[in-house]
Each structure stands twice: as structure tokens, then as C-alpha cells.
Design a protein around this ligand. Sequence first.
Ligand code: GLN
Length: 191
Amino acid sequence: MARIGVLALQGDVSEHVLAMQKAFTGEVVAVRKRGQIETCQALVLPGGESTTICRELTRFGLNEELKAADAAGKPILATCAGLVLAAKEIEGDSKVQPLGLMDTTISRNAFGPQKESFEVDLKVAGLDKPYRAVFIRAPAIARVGKEVEVLARVGRAIVAARQKNILALAFHPELTDDRRIHQMFLKMLEE
Ligand code: GLN
């Protein structure tokens, strides 16, 4: 049976596991130990606090395993703090050392403290109707490389993008019942 691993170091791990279980008929497991990532066919990097997840990745020794999963072309759903970690660069003086899986530059907390959380009906490339997207202290993608396809924007800020096997979102598809983003991701398992 196919298995999807949700990185379980910090953040909204259980929400991601539950949401993925509703969309996926295979197995969904929380991963935090070395050796687990290579047993998964796809991965989720959840939202949370990217500085903490970055520190824990090093402590648990998982950086190289994640890079290897990406190099093997396994689909990776990177949401919010996960989108920060998947990036190549972070704007400004950041405590986060990103994994460099995706050719992007990230602006952390891009929507400012006055707009810490908000919802918006988002036009997402590939979806016929708008998607109600929940943003929580959200980052935005400030720069994309040539390989990156932009899927959605809020104003000028890029909030969803894809580079080959990576689907990166600044919002939280695990917090709403609309499973279309999950279905989009699961299609990547068949490619
Ligand atoms: N702003 C957070 C960070 O940079 C991400 C917020 C989230 O994942 N909801 O870690």
C-alpha cells in the first residue's frame, strides 16, 4: 500500500494526517525518526514555526533524508512553514536555513501583524471554482525561478506554486473540508 509521511517535528501535524486520510486511500503516517522518510512515496511538510522545525530537523538528522526524497522525485506538499523550509532563500536576516528544494525566495510573515490570519476565496490554476484559503501568519513567495509555476496570488504576493514534484502553499488546506488541493497533490503520485 502506498504511504504518505507527514513530518511530525512541530506544527499542525495531526490536522494534516486527518485531512490526508480523508483524501487518500493508502496509509498516512507521522514521520520523525531516521529511516522513515525513505519508506514513504510522498511527504507533507506542515505549517508551524519554521525556526523550530528547522532546528528540530537538524537535531533529528532528517535534512539529508528530505533532500534525498526530493531528489528521487517524491511528491512533497509544503504548506506555510513547510513552504519556508522548502525554499532556496529567505528574505532578510532569517534564523531559518531552508532546505533548498525549490527555486524560491520567501518573505516570512509577508502579510504583516495587522493581518495575522485571514481567509480569502482564491483563484487557483487548475481548479474550476475559487478555493476558500485560510492564512495564518503566512509567508509569501517573493521570487520564483524559471522552473516554478505560479498557481495563485493574493494581490501581487505568490501564495501557491509548483516546481516539478513540489506543491507549495502559503495557506492551510488541512484546516478546511475542501479536498481539491489534496486531490491535486495526490494526482502527482500518479505522474
Ligand atoms: N510564519 C511562520 C513561519 O515562518 C509560518 C506560519 C504557519 O506555518 N502558519 O514559521
